[in-house]
Design a protein around this ligand. Structure first.
Ligand SMILES: [Zn+2]
Length: 314
């Protein structure tokens, strides 16, 4: 497969495909933020936290505590870094006058640019409880097949946030992920955790070239989500992603498997924050994920015991 040249030829077709999908993808907000690698700085985390708050509709604030910054961090960061003009992307959103809020709500791009971090119920039964499992930084030839096997045995579908450089090496795994009923999300070509700070040209390259690659490998599959590396969002990046027809994807529970804290700790990180509608962050790539594989078995067992059902992010 001639993957290297894909970006130049497939990009226009992808944009057409996903722009059409955009109109159907108005969504509710949620939290964002990811920390797949260990180099995330406190500054980046604070930026992420502010974005989470801005993305929430007031009626759902606050979201699950796992993804939320502390109150003092928010206060500190808003004092330090924020100009009045940036109010839409930090926690001051809560204080906006109704007129301003109403204007924001009318902007379809802003609505589409909200970070989503809740599972989409697949039934109308209010008794049902739903979670969405997500796996980042793959595909990995070692761990992705193991995770696929566990999901298959349990009849569960999940979302895999794949990295472009891995896709180039393992296109067959991407095909297998889709063939087994899972969703694939864009996680950028090279996992630059500070992509949001880069020039638009660079961001475009990192995001849309991955979609072009995916369009070669899985041409019938629209790419619905973009999860930015380390969850480091700003408003500009979210709007770009929305304009390209994808939903900014966050999470509400970080298993912190990327820290490799031991299987039991990963399991308890999830259990302690479990809630209906959770989007759970785990990893199938980016390093040794043997703990993630073992923890996943226990997490699924716990979720099933508590009658959770499995869905995709909405
Ligand atoms: Zn990642």
């Amino acid at each position: 497969m001639k993957i290297k040249s894909a970006c130049h030829f497939i990009l226009p077709a992808f944009l057409l495909l996903n722009t059409a999908a955009l109109a159907q993808n108005m969504d509710t907000a949620g939290t964002g933020g990811q920390a797949s690698l260990t180099t995330v700085t406190p500054a980046a985390k604070i930026d992420n936290g502010q974005t989470q708050i801005a993305a929430l509709p007031l009626s759902t604030y606050p979201p699950a505590s796992a993804a939320m910054p502390t109150k003092s961090a928010l206060l500190q960061s808003s004092k330090k870094n924020r100009k009045p003009s940036k109010v839409a992307d930090n926690n001051k959103t809560k204080k906006l006058a109704p007129k301003v809020l109403s204007k924001q709500n009318e902007d379809p791009l802003l609505i589409s640019a909200r970070i989503i971090s809740s599972a989409k119920p697949e039934s109308n039964d209010p008794q049902d409880k739903w979670v969405a499992l997500t796996f980042d930084d793959g595909p990995s030839p070692v761990y992705t097949p193991q995770i696929l096997a566990i999901l298959r045995e349990n009849g569960i579908h999940a979302t895999f946030c794949v990295v472009g450089r891995q896709i180039k090496k393992y296109p067959e795994l991407v095909k297998q992920i889709v063939a087994e009923g899972h969703k694939v999300a864009n996680h950028s070509m090279n996992h630059d955790e500070f992509l949001y700070k880069k020039a638009k040209k660079k961001i475009k390259q990192e995001v849309l070239c991955e979609n072009a690659l995916l369009a070669e490998i899985i041409p019938q599959t629209p790419i619905e989500y973009y999860r930015t590396p380390a969850g480091n969002w700003n408003l500009s990046l979210r709007k770009m992603v929305a304009a390209w027809g994808m939903k900014p994807l966050g999470w509400s529970i970080d298993s912190k498997d990327w820290q490799r804290p031991g299987v039991e700790k990963i399991v308890s990180n999830v259990e302690n924050h479990l809630h209906n509608g959770a989007v759970i962050l785990m990893h199938d790539g980016g390093g040794d994920r043997s703990e993630s594989v073992e923890a996943l078995k226990k997490i699924i067992c716990k979720l099933k015991t508590e009658s959770y059902k499995f869905a995709f992010p909405k």
